[in-house]
Write a protein that binds this ligand. Structure first.
Ligand code: FNR
Length: 181
């Protein structure tokens, strides 16, 4: 069986980000036959501007697009900022949505999870990410979304809580176009 490659977009740039730690632990404990790779360099992307994208795209955009294009699945792990996704993630989705109709997200099975230290766990950010990715052409698995509150919960070390995040990865990996049709 060939390896299923999952490109992971992390919506927080903090070195100490809990969402990055979740992504790293999911990668370290990936199921057999699955690799999760965090797409680095989202902070190097300029704000999307069609003029910058008219000829040769900036090197950072080429690299991020290639990392996603090479993957079989896309997983977002993100917190919420001001009731929506962080700007760095929104900007990455914009770059991945072009060329129109043929962006790197096009037809990619896509899921979004994440955690915030608030009661709703970033639900608005996750809903907005799903809507945006859908418009960008991804096949969004909305049932797979996990918005995990980190209030009074050790997200990384609570087996039940972390298990929900792992189950989301498994559902994304298990997605089959034929079964979904
Ligand atoms: C936040 N935070 C936040 N949390 C939330 O649940 N809803 C929100 O609307 C916001 N808004 C917000 C705005 C800004 C500018 C910041 C910096 C933070 C809190 C946020 O969820 C928290 O900082 C997370 O821990 C960030 O995740 P990482 O960096 O630990 O992955």
């Amino acid at each position: 069986m060939s390896t299923i490659r999952v490109a992971v977009l992390v919506g927080s740039l903090r070195a100490d980000s809990l969402n990055r730690k979740v992504a790293e632990k999911l990668a370290a404990e990936a199921p057999e036959g699955v690799t999760l790779s965090i797409v680095e360099g989202l902070d190097q992307l300029p704000f999307y501007n069609e003029e910058l994208d008219a000829g040769d795209a900036p090197a950072a955009a080429v690299a991020v697009r290639q990392a996603v294009a090479d993957a079989d699945r896309v997983l977002v792990v993100t917190p919420e900022y001001n009731g929506t996704m962080p700007a760095v993630l929104n900007n990455a989705i914009d770059w991945l949505s072009r060329p129109y109709g043929a962006g790197a997200l096009s037809a990619k099975p896509f899921a979004v999870i994440g955690t915030t230290p608030t009661p709703y766990g970033g639900k608005w950010a996750h809903n907005d990410t799903a809507r945006s990715a859908n418009i960008a052409g991804a096949v969004v698995l909305e049932d797979v979304t996990v918005s995990q509150s980190a209030l009074e919960v050790d997200v990384l070390n609570d087996a039940e809580v972390f298990g929900k995040l792992q189950a989301a990865v498994q559902a994304l990996v298990d997605y089959s176009e034929t079964a979904a049709a």
